[in-house]
Design a protein around this ligand. Sequence first.
Ligand SMILES: *Cc1c(COP(=O)(O)O)cnc(C)c1O
Length: 248
Amino acid sequence: MISDAITRIKTVRKRIAEATRRFSRSPGSIRLLAVSKTRPVEDIVTVFNTGQTCFGENYLQEAVPKIEALRDYPLEWHFIGPLQSNKTRLVAENFDWVQSLDKLKHAQRLNAQRPKNLPPLNVCIQVNISGETQKSGVHLTDLPTLAQAIGELPRLRLRGLMTLPTLRHDFEQQRIPFRALRIAYFKLQDSGLVLDTLSMGMTGDMEAAIAEAATFVRIGTGIFGERESGVQDLSWTSKLKFGQITEN
Ligand SMILES: *Cc1c(COP(=O)(O)O)cnc(C)c1O
């Protein structure tokens, strides 16, 4: 229910404010990304009307029609899903940020494909902090080289790092991967890169991320409620007046 989203986002904002105080973070230093994957445009508008302007999407097939339908709203769109070479153009043309960059090849394509009339694309490098082989993200050992190379691409603006660790329930356990990302982030800053974004923490672990210096928390279920399990429901896309999405 959509009225629930209004109540829920208030609760999320309260959690962020409480964690900001509890961990002595500066007021206003943590931004909220509303993760709207699988949610219809109506829900995004409802959440926008509470003052939320940043939205995150994982799947281009559903994201592009939503962005198109909401062109008249002053929204900031973040791509947070897995990138594929043949779809980088759609990302470069439609999004303000990419938080899930983990390959130089993708960065070079985005750099070449970013339209001239748009500002540089903001990017975060996704780090596979726990080193699990099946997960996306660059390993810590390869991060410095990748970050330097991305930092040199003129149509991209490297803002920082993102991670998506396995959700743990114990607070101290939750902090471990976030602390590792924070240390990697400070090391990159020491090496001369100008960064301002540490994107970490979701509905279940945002307090631990805030304790470890997160500047962006990415919240889906905490705002919109539980997602349908299994395959995504894309039936709502037929309600939009939008032609075939061409890729590449
Ligand atoms: C889905 C998703 C989120 C939000 O997760 P919730 O647990 O629903 O808050 C955050 N980040 C990424 C990369 C996601 O895919």
